[in-house]
Design a binder for this molecule. Structure first.
Ligand code: KIV
Ligand code: NA
Length: 275
């Protein structure tokens, strides 16, 4: 299993880092078998698994519950868990309590927090306490209300410079990696060049040090529309609805179950049942 320092070495060596999200036992198994370098138990959980329309309703309890299942499915992969909405904005003490639950109760290896500014103080405290941190800048979905929707970030010079400064602050606070979501590829490239820690992009072009996609988007599982930056590598929706429709059809027409799907008892026992 890779460690935080291995990811920094990968950046230096020019080896691209692959991160995929997972939320339960089977998805974690798939991601481990698919040889991703890291798993993210994302709070996208709220949208792709729980059916909310944002990540805001996701709680620490939700993240603990799902991260435990991910750990059981992927015992040999480095696991990062998202700190959910408002779990790292009160006191540093609250942040430490919440993060330690995500690590100690689940066996995950690191946490991810959105934002810089006042959040860097919390990143610093976590790292000092021994908890590895991934930072997350650009489109930060927990701030969707403030950002006014899911839009590309850092498009004008002012916003781009602010993002570059924020990225530096996250590195200085001790984050070992930075997720960049939905930013122009030129900005993501500049940020990646300016940092020692690896950047992991989603909708951030090809020049980040790694890429992350959401499991359900990547294999078209349960999702309806996917964003422009997603490439789909499988079609679970088609396979699953075809499979369920065949089951329905075969039950209705009496084709299922067949004898090979049934259990048999001795004839004399059957006869004894009727006296
Ligand atoms: O929650 C999530 O899946 C994420 C990724 C999109 C980076 O934060
Ligand atoms: Na997230």
């Amino acid at each position: 299993m890779k460690q935080t320092t291995d990811f920094i070495t990968m950046k230096t060596a020019g080896d691209r880092i692959v991160m995929v999200t997972a939320y339960d036992f089977p998805s974690a198994k798939h991601v481990e078998q698919g040889k991703a370098d890291m798993i993210l138990v994302g709070d996208s959980l709220g949208m792709v698994v729980l059916g909310y329309d944002s990540t805001i309703p996701v709680t620490i309890e939700d993240m603990v519950h799902h991260a435990k299942a991910v750990k059981r499915g992927a015992p040999d992969t480095f696991i990062v868990v998202d700190m959910p909405f408002m779990s790292y904005h009160l006191s540093v003490r609250d942040t430490l309590i919440n993060a330690s639950r995500l690590i100690q109760e689940t066996g995950a290896h690191a946490v991810k927090l959105e934002g810089a500014d006042e959040v860097t103080e919390h990143i610093r405290a976590l790292v000092l306490a021994g908890i590895p941190v991934v930072a997350h800048l650009g489109l930060t979905p927990q701030s969707v209300g403030v950002l006014g929707g899911y839009k590309v970030q850092g498009k004008d010079a002012g916003a781009a410079l602010k993002l570059m400064e924020d990225a530096k602050k996250c590195q200085e606070a001790g984050a070992f990696s930075l997720v960049l979501e939905c930013v122009p590829h030129q900005l993501a490239e500049k940020v990646s060049e300016s940092l020692d820690i690896p950047t992991i992009g989603i909708g951030a072009g090809a020049q980040t040090d790694g890429q992350v996609l959401v499991y359900h988007d990547l294999i078209n599982y349960g999702v309806e529309r996917v964003p422009k930056f997603v490439k789909q590598y499988a079609d679970v929706n088609a396979l699953a609805s075809k499979g369920i429709a065949s089951f329905t059809e075969e039950v209705k027409t009496g084709l299922f179950p067949e004898e090979k799907h049934s259990f048999t008892m001795k004839e004399e026992v059957v006869n004894s049942l009727y006296g």
